[in-house]
Design a protein around this ligand. Structure first.
Ligand SMILES: [Zn+2]
Ligand SMILES: [Zn+2]
Length: 344
């Protein structure tokens, strides 16, 4: 209980912090992520522990990573806590070493400072970077790779901030995804318009013994509001409604089935029974994952989809159908003429 509360307070704190930053700072980029101004987010930092007082220090070095031998020659880093200077000119501060080993012109000091600067600068992974959302200076690994930005090719915000921001922005994304799903369904339905077959309701009832296939509840053919025809293999995966693909279900059972792949709703025994009753394809019915019906007449579907709309809608329709064809990996089924027409 305590742990949960603590986590909860923490996440609220993070989100509040982000919202605060969003409110205060008006700069907005295309990703919708709001950033703190003045953070040199393209710059690299070096992190090192003070050899005298052990405090962690960060030194900003700009957009060029340091070469260890060069760092050894030129760098002079002052601890912000105790003022100790980290440089090859400095004597070492170790009490348990003899003075001759601590002296800056000793061999031990030379090797020590070479090692010190190498550890801080040798590998790109040993550098640090500042997050321009939470302002923390964090190791490179705390930032995701980014192929476009800056010589250091890391994102401007740390992974934690990115995660929290994505959570805040998620509702928007979901809306976008919902829209895409509904467009996809609409196009799937249009694809299938010419492929659906007439279902003879009386023989459907006969085949299923006047009962809901899932619940075995008796159904009244005349009470149209109490039963549904289940698209066993969903139209979402481009299966038209045919005798072989139709199951008789009660309203409740059909509401639970929705557009689920058959294997996700029916038991194995039910699927075997279903294939017997309908004459459908048992291998498809029992497939673990959805399989797209590629035997659909894609070209006719495209023509139907482009016909039904106003001319002014056409460019949008073309875009939509292109996305769908790519999503369903159906581009190869297009005639050359249609490929050209759609700009593939
Ligand atoms: Zn110090
Ligand atoms: Zn951050």
């Amino acid at each position: 209980m305590y742990g949960f509360k603590r986590w909860n307070y923490f996440s609220i704190f993070v989100i509040e912090k982000i919202l605060n930053l969003m409110g205060r700072r008006k700069t907005k980029n295309i990703t919708g992520i709001l950033r703190v101004e003045g953070i040199p987010y393209h710059d690299a930092w070096v992190g090192y522990k003070c050899v005298n007082c052990q405090k962690l220090n960060n030194v900003i070095i700009g957009q060029t990573l340091l070469d260890p031998s060069k760092a050894y020659e030129i760098c002079s880093w002052e601890c912000e806590n105790c003022g100790f200077i980290h440089s090859k000119e400095s004597d070492l501060p170790f009490d348990n070493w003899e003075d001759e080993y601590n002296s800056s012109d000793s061999d031990t000091a030379l090797r020590f400072w070479q090692g010190f600067f190498r550890i801080a600068t040798e590998h790109p992974e040993s550098y640090w970077k500042q997050c321009n959302v939470c302002c923390r200076i964090l190791p490179f690994q705390a930032f995701s790779k980014h192929s476009k930005w800056g010589p250091l090719e890391r994102q401007m915000e740390c992974r934690s901030c990115k995660g929290a921001i994505n959570a805040v922005l998620n509702p928007k994304r979901t809306k976008q995804q919902l829209h895409e799903a509904s467009v996809r369904r609409r196009i799937a339905d249009l694809f299938l318009e010419g492929e659906n077959e007439f279902i003879d309701i009386e023989s459907l009832f006969k085949r299923f013994g006047n009962k809901c296939f899932k619940t075995k509840k008796p159904l009244d053919i005349k009470d149209r509001s109490s039963w549904q025809i289940d698209h066993i293999l969903p139209s979402k995966w481009l299966y038209p409604l045919k005798k072989e693909n139709a199951a008789l279900l009660s309203n409740e059972a059909n509401a639970a089935k929705k557009a689920k792949w058959p294997n996700k709703f029916y038991t194995n025994n039910e699927l075997i029974e279903l294939a017997k009753v309908t004459g459908g394809n048992l291998k498809l019915f029992t497939s673990e994952n959805p399989i797209i019906n590629t035997s659909i007449d894609v070209n006719r579907g495209v023509e139907r989809y482009l016909q039904v709309r106003e001319k002014s809608d056409l460019p949008k329709r073309v875009d939509e159908i292109k996305k769908i064809l790519q999503f369903y990996k159906l581009v190869d089924s297009l005639t050359n003429e249609n490929k050209k027409l759609l700009g593939f």
